[in-house]
Design a protein around this ligand. Sequence first.
Ligand SMILES: Nc1ncnc2c1ncn2[C@@H]1O[C@H](COP(=O)(O)OP(=O)(O)OP(=O)(O)O)[C@@H](O)[C@H]1O
Ligand SMILES: [Mg+2]
Length: 490
Amino acid sequence: MLETREITKHFGGTRALDRVSFAVRPGEVHALIGENGAGKSTLMKIVSGALRPDSGTIHIEGSAIRIENPHHALQLGISIVHQQSSLVPDLTVAENIFLGRMPKTKLGLVDWKTLYCDAAALLRRLEFSLDVHRPAGDLDAASQQVTEIARALSVSAQVLIMDEPSAVLGSSELDRLFKIIRKLRADGKAIILVSHRLQEIFRISDRVTVLKDGRIVGTYALDGQLDPTFLIRKMVGKGWVERSLGIPEATGGELLRIEGLTRKGAFENVSFRLNAGEILGLAGLVGAGRTDLCKAIFGAKSHDGGRIYVEGRRAHIRSPSNALAHGVAYLSKDRHNEGLILCLPIGTNITLPILRRFTSRGFLRLGHENRFVDAMMDRMNIRSTGRRQLTAALSGGNQQKAALTKWLSTQARIFLLDEPTVGIDVGAKSQIHRLVAELANNGAAILLVSSEIPEILSLCNRIVVMSKGRVMGHLRSEKSNEEEILQLAT
Ligand SMILES: Nc1ncnc2c1ncn2[C@@H]1O[C@H](COP(=O)(O)OP(=O)(O)OP(=O)(O)O)[C@@H](O)[C@H]1O
Ligand SMILES: [Mg+2]
């Protein structure tokens, strides 16, 4: 149905794609996997008209076609959900879904009534509950993703591309999405799914293609014979061994204590304590209030009641700079809008919260700063052309790593990490796990928000489960399991 032949693409000196030939058939879900920076999004942007290849051709049902722009791709029946949100924050959900294709009245004006009716009908058909009148900018990340998916599905495309659609979705939205994908497959559409979550890929895909350093490694049928570690080796290259970390021993004294923290409409009466050397998991479904809770502790959102204690003393945290002064750092889930300044170089982003460390008598000691940045980027394995590269030019996963690096560089002792491994490839993920464990071993206290229960179980000492803004239970991870957590979370 759709084929690329020998596609090559450079960004300056970086060869993002090297003679990539890739094909999807009607009626299949084809997964595209590979490490961060392997070229997955670049390839998908090329077949959906957002980027032009340097050389190579695209074929639709056998005939070569030059795709001029995204609109043209849509007309050709190719629809895409991008990895990064492309919604217009000030427009409503309905306007975003039909952007560029608004229904018109006989007089040529936008037919608002039809617009909102159509949007609501579409969401109902997809079984997503979302208020079509809300501005997209007010939505949480999962609802924004649902809006994007609805937009991609609002045209009857022959080829549907999803670049990491599940990274921010909750499990119920994910189930619905998979139901929709299965239906499209049954209708003979071709679906390309880019994802780092092998579990999901095994659940839904028919074939999988591995990209590594801009080249195709191979395409494999997922017929029950295929072994996940085989795919991981193909992605990462030989020599990759999954190492279990072991949960750190929490031995230190109390660093953070939350008592009855409340923010009306978000979370209520949340209490827990967190000791030095401890990793506390915060489990729950999307919308359970975990992000708002982190933001309140970090001072990025206010709270209406309750108290925060840092090292046993009452801390009045009213702003992020207050929080940093108390040694509290927060890695936002929304790396794009809250974590990074995309138009600045990577190095600048990393040292932003700690610039003072590199100043002496009012002057910035650039050499120091540069050496520090290089060492951190190396340690985190950020793939780029160097610290001066603009953050916007990094692959999605490498941007995530940059955001994490920025906070790890601060001398904070309490880390609130909101979904630190979303969108991160398998190799880098275990690196990040090791780093988090190392931080804890060095006496930091970590609050880990994650939607991946296995991640929480393997990394955390204790677990707090939240649902609808309330704490449903405190668990010890060695005595708990996935079912118990899910049960409390729903
Ligand atoms: N606009 C750009 N300018 C410069 N380099 C870019 C640009 N977009 C992508 N690149 C580079 O091209 C390479 C491939 O990036 P791409 O986004 O396709 O990776 P990916 O496989 O989607 O990774 P991820 O899993 O992190 O999303 C990377 O080295 C990236 O830095
Ligand atoms: Mg990508």
